[in-house]
Design a protein around this ligand. Structure first.
Ligand code: ADP
Ligand code: GN1
Ligand code: MG
Length: 371
């Protein structure tokens, strides 16, 4: 999204928060498609301290204050649970919000933009493309652990920061409406991709129907489990901290597992243009299954286990639908960096769906073998 709205200078934004020391630098950080992220360095008593400051995209998240209330509750709960379990380095295993000078969880600048600040966790890395199965194991284990820790989050229910975010039927129907409207006159450029999606309509109701029948429960889930939303310990490779908490809300555990398969079983970036390189790597899928079951195994129900393989296909189709729809609508939602970027992203997702379909039997055997 290209927003031309006025923003406070990042140095003024730093001033909103209770950060000791003198400002050293602010650099844009990360590769997210929605918010803007900056890494801030301060110098306090001769030592550098780093922070992550983020602008919350209010075109996407319509109620930033309520979103921040979710994040306050979630991070406080994680810290409490980790401390109660005797974990010593809790500050590396859950995000820590830095309050504003007026003790609020976020600041709103003169132009109505919302900003928040976290302590930066040191000695970590996040990867956009999987390099080794161990990274997949650790990411999946950490996302499963995250779901487990949030299972007893006290009432009330978390707010839906984006209503019907992973409602696959709504996403499918929205695409059909976008085809009919063809506002940016791009439908003609996406013929094969649209045919691919429309041929798979039956998929979009499967988990929703199982949920409605009471076979799959609603849980507190992350809902944006890209591989790069895990901080891995730089030295040990351990999956340390789940980040990017804007969409933590009620959802299905399978959406989280599926979205991780989308990004962490593929050897390329999400927007790779050489589709010959895009395929599901079974050894990565096996690592994800083993890692996820090592933490989530104790609470998953039978229907959830049975749909692990299907969830990869479904969520990858759904994200593909969202990229394709944004292409059709003229790139109004996701940030893009080149013409046709959203179409490229959609193509990678559909190539992955096809690869999941082709290797379905082997994927089931992997789940079976994992117990
Ligand atoms: P987005 O994906 O919306 O840009 P993220 O919250 O995922 O925003 O942050 C972007 C990147 O910044 C992450 O991939 C990670 O590398 C880094 N990052 C975010 N939060 C922290 C943190 N608390 N400590 C260290 N690095 C962080
Ligand atoms: C967006 O903000 P980011 O880049 O972490 C999107 C996710 C998509 C992802 C695809 C709020 O996540 O749903 O899966 O892009 N977030 C939102 O890369 O729409
Ligand atoms: Mg992110």
């Amino acid at each position: 999204m290209n927003t031309n709205e006025r923003r406070a200078d990042i140095r003024d934004v730093v001033g909103f928060f209770h950060l000791p020391g003198a400002f050293v630098s602010a650099v844009p950080f990360g590769s997210g498609h929605i918010n803007d992220t900056f890494r801030i360095t301060m110098l306090a008593q001769g030592a550098e301290a780093r922070y992550i400051i983020q602008w919350i995209n209010h075109h996407v998240f319509k109620n930033p204050a309520a979103l921040m209330a979710n994040i306050e509750r979630v991070t406080a709960h994680l810290h409490r649970k980790l401390a109660a379990a005797g974990v010593r380095d809790t500050s590396r295993r859950a995000l820590t919000l830095v309050p504003t000078r007026t003790q609020a969880s976020h600041a709103v600048d003169a132009d109505g933009n919302t900003w928040r600040c976290f302590k930066a966790i040191e000695g970590v890395r996040s990867v956009n493309q999987i390099e080794h199965p161990r990274q997949g194991y650790e990411a999946a284990r950490a996302f499963g652990e995250f779901q487990k820790l949030l299972a007893d989050l006290p009432a009330p229910r978390l707010l839906d920061t984006i209503p019907q975010f992973h409602h696959t039927r709504s996403r499918f129907d929205a695409l059909r409406a976008a085809i009919a409207a063809d506002t940016a006159h791009r439908v003609a450029r996406a013929g094969p991709e649209l045919a691919f999606v429309l041929a798979r309509e039956a998929m979009v109701d499967v988990l929703l129907a199982a949920q409605q029948r009471g076979e799959i429960p609603e849980r507190v889930t992350h809902n944006d489990t890209k591989l790069n939303n895990i901080l891995l310990d730089e030295t040990t490779g351990e999956g340390l901290c789940v980040i990017d908490l804007d969409t933590v809300m009620p959802g299905l555990a399978l959406y989280d597992f599926g979205d991780l398969c989308r990004t962490a079983t593929c050897p390329t970036a999400e927007d790779e243009q050489d589709l010959a390189k895009v395929e599901m790597l079974p050894e990565m899928f096996a690592a994800l299954v083993q890692g996820y079951l090592s933490s989530a195994g104790e609470f998953l129900c039978r229907a959830e286990r049975e749909h692990l393989v299907f969830s990869a296909r479904l969520i990858t189709l759904e994200i593909g639908i969202r990229f394709l729809m944004d292409f059709l609508q003229g790139d109004i939602y996701f940030k893009t960096h080149r013409p046709g970027h959203n179409l490229d992203r959609a193509r990678v997702q559909f190539k992955m769906v096809a690869s999941f379909e082709q290797q379905e039997k082997q994927m089931h055997a992997i789940v079976q073998a994992a117990g």
